[in-house]
Design a protein around this ligand. Structure first.
Ligand SMILES: NC(=O)c1ccc[n+]([C@@H]2O[C@H](COP(=O)([O-])OP(=O)(O)OC[C@H]3O[C@@H](n4cnc5c(N)ncnc54)[C@H](O)[C@@H]3O)[C@@H](O)[C@H]2O)c1
Length: 215
């Protein structure tokens, strides 16, 4: 495998797409061997790109035959780290927080939200599926006892930095931030900002230009 730092970010971001596609092939279609062309075709990715992405991590598949779907899924799962389950603490038991907790698809990707914390006394003690909402005061204990490395922020933007600081102090190493604001954390903490509004505005931008061109 190449030095992890030399692997393009775009390649790393395509790996979960390959993984999910391979999982679907096995689960719903009983397909056990697939070529890079077919795999790429299902994802709108050229076969040359599929082969290049995988080549960063070693040699997979056989020329003229294709990839063994099961083996490739296992290998990519290992590369991504989704072959094991990563517990996560979610902060903010509001609309988005509840939706994320209730989404079953994350577990297949290695993420298990084990704890949900909030400051609102009306929410603490309530259940979201199998999880009882706990107080923010218990954050350090929850992170330590659950050996949790991943924190998810679903609080209003105004509270996101404060929550990020608390997560870092508690020992969290990676943050998935859904609040529409930048959070500042030490360099060693990995942050993924998920700004859904940016995605939809770019879609609207394209629609509005289409409209102008059609007029
Ligand atoms: N709901 C969506 O579809 C959606 C979509 C995109 C982005 N977001 C973003 O996600 C975040 C949550 O949105 P929502 O709709 O779930 O809001 P919400 O008001 O329903 O929930 C926010 C929760 O955070 C809790 N909270 C506030 N301050 C806190 C603190 N300091 N510590 C711990 N908990 C705290 C509140 O008590 C509340 O339960 C917001 O930043 C929002 O902009 C939401």
């Amino acid at each position: 495998m190449k030095n992890i730092d030399s692997i393009p970010k775009a390649t790393i971001e395509r790996l979960p797409l390959y993984y999910r596609c391979l999982d679907k092939l096995l689960t719903f279609e009983n397909i056990e061997v697939i070529s890079s062309k077919e795999l790429g075709g299902r994802l709108g990715i050229p076969s040359t790109q599929v082969r290049k992405d995988l080549s960063y991590y070693g040699e997979f598949g056989r020329r003229g035959v294709g990839y063994d779907v099961h083996d490739l899924k296992k290998s990519i799962g290992k590369i991504l780290g989704v072959n094991k389950t990563w517990p996560a603490v979610l902060i903010g038991a509001g609309n988005l927080g509840r939706a994320l907790v209730n989404y079953e698809g994350f577990e297949k990707m290695g993420l298990k939200i084990t704890n949900v914390l909030d400051v609102d006394l009306d929410k603490i003690g309530n259940r979201i599926g199998p999880i009882t909402v706990e107080s923010m005061k218990d954050l350090d204990k929850v992170v330590e006892e659950g050996n949790i490395n991943l924190g998810i922020i679903t609080v209003p933007a105004s509270a996101a930095q404060e929550v990020a600081d608390k997560l870092v102090r508690a020992g969290i190493k990676a943050i998935w931030n859904f609040a529409p604001t930048r959070i500042v954390v030490p360099d060693e903490i990995v942050v993924r900002n998920e700004d859904l509004a940016v995605g939809i505005v770019s879609l609207i931008y394209h629609l509005s230009w289409q409209d102008k061109l059609d007029a």
